[in-house]
Design a protein around this ligand. Structure first.
Ligand code: UD1
Ligand code: UDP
Length: 361
């Protein structure tokens, strides 16, 4: 059986790493197709190196663009690879344009599609990822739901139960497989002069936040209030999309907030683990800090990760400065005894095992 692992962005590389490792460990016939939706070294190459992943067999060099342009170019190029390689199964992870294009190209060629992290819903259709998730789920043959909640969402949408398999989230695999190494290798705290539990960590990149001047300004003002209240540095590894928009809107980074370039996975895990509190609009980071038992303030009005709210590790604040401050105050003293709702760190093994049993054409 031939397996194609299709990916294109930072979180897909991280969350597919355990699946790739399992394919390699079992010496399967597999290859990696990289759309290069992310191409900057610190969003792409660094993760292949740190996670010790094999080089992709195909780099499609798609890069950035409008949604139609980017997804369309991907469809054209991915189809060529599938026609040549004729994989039995294509695995995709998450909800990016890479996922939609890969799933659609495969489904139209009657190649089986396995969707890792199926069944997440924000019920917010303005979010580009929400469209990608729904469409990818509905053209997949194997839906690897990370939680029971995701499974019931899929069944509720009419997807036959036999297609859905609850595996846990591969993000737990990634955290478990890299945390010790991060502790040994990362010097990021020393480099930035930070004390354990002596700083806040923030990331933003959702278009609903960073492409809108008012919301991005609201978040920055929120950081200002948080710094004034707690007097702890706020570390901001800034996504290129956000960096570009801060400049376009001519916004000022508030005192106490330190913007740094995006960092590698080992440094980021260390920053997350030792933060007093994390503020983010990222999906993967909501999950990771929940696993690491670090309180989270989500800079959105909704989340497709309700499990993080249910266990008490996360709170929704949106982009209003006053609400960000209030939420940070609430989470600052949070009791950190919640349970990790995302599984046992063996999702990658389960996914590969399932594909081997059910994936042959
Ligand atoms: C994409 C995904 C999002 C995911 C995120 C992970 C979609 C619709 N969005 O968002 O789901 O959460 O990746 O980080 O698929 N840029 C660079 N270097 C790069 C890549 C991008 O500088 O390597 C800049 C470009 O200016 C580009 C902008 O970032 O226009 C946005 O990139 P894009 O891939 O379109 O979306 P992301 O915001 O990264
Ligand atoms: N991450 C990283 N360096 C950074 C910021 C994030 O390694 O500077 C990792 C983080 O640990 C998580 C993933 O990138 O695993 C999240 O990616 P992102 O927030 O870009 O996307 P999302 O999860 O929202 O799709």
């Amino acid at each position: 059986m031939k397996i194609c692992i299709s990916l294109g962005t930072r979180p897909e590389i991280i969350k597919m790493s355990s699946v790739i490792r399992e394919c390699a460990r079992r010496k399967l016939d597999y290859f990696i197709l990289h759309t290069n939706q992310h191409y900057s070294k610190n969003l792409d190459e660094i993760f292949f190196k740190e996670l010790d992943l094999p080089k992709p067999k195909y780099n499609l060099n798609i890069g950035s663009g409008t949604h139609g342009e980017q997804t369309g170019r991907m469809l054209i190029e991915i189809e060529k690879v599938f026609l040549k390689e004729k994989p039995d199964v294509v695995l995709v992870q998450g909800d990016t344009n890479t996922v939609l294009a890969s799933a659609l190209a495969a489904a139209k060629l009657h190649i089986k599609v396995g969707h890792v992290e199926a069944g997440l819903r924000s019920y917010f259709r303005e979010m580009p990822e929400e469209i990608n998730r729904v469409l990818a789920d509905h053209c997949s043959d194997f839906l690897f739901a990370p939680t029971k909640n995701a499974e019931s969402i899929l069944i509720g949408e009419g997807i036959p139960k036999e297609k859905v398999f609850v595996t846990g989230n591969t993000v737990v695999d990634a955290v478990r497989q890299n945390l010790e190494l991060a502790g040994k290798k990362s010097r990021i705290l020393e480099k930035l002069g930070l004390d354990k539990s002596g700083y806040f960590l923030i990331t933003t990149h959702r278009p609903e936040n960073v492409d809108k001047k008012e919301r991005l300004a609201g978040i920055l003002e929120g950081l200002n209030l948080v710094y004034k209240r707690f007097n702890l540095p706020v570390i901001y590894p800034i996504h290129p999309r956000t960096a570009k928009m801060v400049e376009t809107f001519k916004l000022k980074i508030p005192a106490g907030t330190r913007v740094v370039e995006p960092v590698g996975y080992l440094d980021f895990l260390n920053l997350e683990r030792n933060a007093k509190l994390v503020l983010t609009d990222s999906g993967g980071i909501q999950e990771e800090v929940c696993i690491l038992r670090v309180p989270c303030v989500t800079l959105r009005g909704n989340t497709e990760r309700p499990e993080t709210l249910e266990v008490g590790g996360n709170i929704l604040a949106g982009a209003d400065p006053g609400k960000i401050l209030k939420s940070a105050e609430r989470m600052f003293t949070k009791n950190k005894k919640w349970k990790n709702p995302f599984g046992d760190g063996r999702a990658g093994e389960r996914i590969v095992e399932y594909i081997l049993r059910n994936g042959k054409r």
